[in-house]
Ligand binder design. Structure first.
Ligand code: PGA
Length: 300
């Protein structure tokens, strides 16, 4: 039960916390987002639930993954957070059968269609068949190491959506793109490719992951992340709809860890995290999940 004097984070976004809102930074996000109550709390159209994903990338073996699952099973996780982990494909069945149902499982990639003669690929059908609920698409390591284009990522997204997989849609600029002032152009183009392919945004979480922050230990400052998150919400409002802008979770990824997660979580448009390295340590990942409490304090 939500008690009026003690608002829960779920579905709430506070605007009067002294931090510049997206509209102050980059122009009005949407007219619907200005319907604040007397406490400055804005009710979001959707769940607005904090979302934390762990991207295990190409790490682990049966034994280390058993330990990680054991640690996650015994971790105390705040209730009002959607938690997802993405193991390497071959360990998904092991994780699905041993991990608490409190945490959902994601694939780290999926093919553009049903399958067939595509050596080395995994289809969304297969991910769903073995119990995955989500898939990460457009991760910068796939874009920049494996050479995936936005067009291919769009096709993968379109197909995964037909299998009812939630999509963690990744966008983010490279260092030289940021330094030449092209961050928002790059991110907008990547978002457009998702928008052109997805039937709707109801089961999509956007992960903003600046490439220069991934695996480098060089986390974006809360201000840098908030600025781009606000711009993404504005883009969604203008190009898709104010309702989708309000409902869609925009999570940050790039060197998030236990200590830095709580400051990032406080920012208005940061709705959670996609975590790489620190998601391989159960207790630290739990700390990041529980950074929702610092968000709740800001919203209280
Ligand atoms: P990192 O990776 O947390 O190790 O920087 C994040 C990601 O790639 O999702």
């Amino acid at each position: 039960m939500v008690v009026a004097s003690c608002p829960k984070f779920v579905g709430l976004r506070r605007l009067d916390n002294g931090i510049k809102s997206g509209s102050e930074v980059l122009g009005a996000v949407s007219s619907s987002s200005s319907a604040s109550s007397s406490r400055g709390i804005v009710s979001m159209g959707g769940s607005g639930k904090f979302f934390v994903g762990g991207n295990w990338k190409c790490n682990g073996n049966s034994e280390s993954i058993k330990k990680l699952v054991d640690d996650l099973n015994s971790a105390k996780l705040e209730d009002d957070v959607d938690v997802v982990v993405a193991p390497p494909f071959v360990y998904i069945p092991q994780v699905v059968s041993t991990l608490t149902k409190r945490i959902d499982v994601a694939g780290q990639n999926s093919w553009t269609g049903k399958g067939g003669a595509f050596t080395g690929e995994i289809s969304a059908d297969m991910l769903a068949d073995v119990g995955s609920k989500w898939v990460i698409l457009g991760h910068s390591e796939r874009r920049h190491i494996l050479g995936e284009s936005s067009d291919t990522i769009g096709k993968k997204s379109a197909y995964a959506a037909t299998k009812d997989l939630g999509i963690i849609a990744c966008v983010g600029e490279k260092l030289e793109e940021r330094e030449s002032g092209r961050t928002l152009d790059v991110v907008s183009d990547q978002l457009q490719a998702f928008a052109d392919s997805l039937p709707d945004w109801s089961n999509v979480v956007i992960a903003y992951e600046p490439v220069w922050a991934i695996g480098t230990g060089k986390v974006a400052t809360p201000e840098q992340a908030q600025e781009v998150h606000a711009a993404i919400r504005k883009w969604l409002s203008e190009k898709v709809s104010p309702e989708v802008a309000s409902k869609t979770r925009i999570i940050y990824g790039g060197s998030v860890n236990g200590p830095n997660s709580s400051e990032l979580a406080k920012r208005e448009d940061i709705d959670g995290f996609l975590v790489g390295g620190a998601s391989l340590k159960g207790p630290e990942f739990a700390t990041i999940v529980n950074s929702v409490t610092s968000k709740k304090k800001v919203a209280a």
